[in-house]
Design a protein. Structure first.
Length: 354
């Protein structure tokens, strides 16, 4: 049985990955480490919280003693690092928080993997791997044409993307200097269940349901490449198992949409299928974000050719599944936006999940 240390596993992508792995495999153990900051929510994992192969530990990835203790007590085969501060607007206001978690937290994880997996100078136990879950934002911004590839120079434009690029460089350095077995994945925008409502798609849905204005930065023509979260989980699983050591793999779905197209798509669906009073009059154009990248688009040729990964979910299907999930889970939306779940779960889980 392989043991996975999944950090940030109570967040959006991390919680989807934990569920994906436990639903797919009977021979994996998942240790989920999350600090339960504002976007980490154990309610995301209620469906598997009693699973015999699952353990939750509340800890900060910057805490050397806590992370070291997990390695000491468990034979960790894979580290999958989702843990990150990820909201660009928040990074503009508080960049130091992003450096602390995204850079120093990654450094701590690398040091622990190096320490506990080492069997000699530049030698590590067989079958170990550290996977850094990164983002296409480290590449900067594209013009109207072209795609990010794995050899595109890093050119981050926000404190968030700069912190993620810094973490990527540390991972690469540990591969080159110490021969630590690593991979890096860089993914386009994810969407799907359990996405914290400060992000675009759940924000649109939440505001529309409350008949509140839906803010759109600038002219709304910034382009993002959208990928259904389960397809991202599938890619990470494939890279962990078969990715060449030291390699970067881009994960994207060739689903480019402008922000305003996303907003209008969601509003149109809600209008036709939920509430006819929800319409485009809710759209409110606001001052553009500082350093707002114009276009992201990923070329996933490498992961397709080497590992056979292709996305299974068309955007037209995935967006409907996503909207319907939020409509069916409005109580979840209310709880995570109110913060009430924090007190409840902090009392329920004061350390390890029993």
């Amino acid at each position: 049985m392989k043991t996975y240390l999944v950090t940030g596993g109570a967040g959006f992508i991390g919680s989807n990955f934990v569920q994906y792995m436990l639903n797919k495999y009977n021979d994996v153990k998942i240790i989920n480490v999350d600090a339960l900051t504002y976007a980490g929510n154990l309610e995301n994992l209620k469906s598997i919280e009693g699973h015999k192969n699952y353990l939750f530990i509340q800890a900060d990835i910057c805490d050397a003693a806590a992370i070291g203790g997990i390695f000491e007590d468990n034979e960790i085969d894979y580290v999958v690092n989702f843990a990150a501060e990820s909201h660009v607007d928040r990074s503009i206001e508080h960049p130091e928080v992003f450096v602390q978690t995204n850079v120093l937290g990654t450094l701590n994880l690398l040091n622990m993997a190096k320490k506990y997996w080492s069997i000699g100078d530049d030698e590590f136990k067989e079958g170990k791997k550290y996977l850094q879950v990164s983002t296409d934002e480290v590449y900067g911004s594209l013009g109207e044409t072209g795609y990010f590839t794995e050899v595109t120079p890093l050119d981050p434009r926000s404190p968030y993307s700069a912190s993620k690029a810094s973490a990527d460089m540390l991972v690469k350095a540990y591969s080159d200097t110490y021969k630590l077995p690593v991979n890096i994945t860089r993914c386009s925008n994810n969407y799907g269940p359990f996405h914290f409502p400060e992000k675009l798609i759940p924000l649109i849905i939440n505001n529309c349901l409350k008949h509140e204005k839906v803010p759109v930065y600038g002219d709304g023509l910034n382009v993002r490449d959208w990928l259904y979260v389960e397809d991202h989980c599938k890619a990470i699983d494939m890279v962990l198992r078969n990715g060449r050591l030291g390699e970067v793999y881009n994960v994207g779905g060739h689903n480019e949409r402008t922000n305003i197209d996303i907003v209008k798509t969601v509003i149109s669906y809600l209008n036709k299928n939920h509430d006819q009073s929800i319409n485009e009059e809710l759209i409110a154009y606001v001052k553009d974000r500082k350093g707002h990248d114009r276009r992201y688009a990923i070329d996933p040729t490498k992961i397709t050719n080497e590992l056979g990964w292709v996305p299974d979910t068309k955007f037209e299907d995935g967006i409907v599944k996503t909207i319907e999930w939020y409509l069916s889970n409005q109580g979840w939306m209310e709880r995570v936006t109110s913060g009430d779940y924090k007190d409840y779960y902090s009392k329920m889980y004061s350390g390890k999940l029993k």
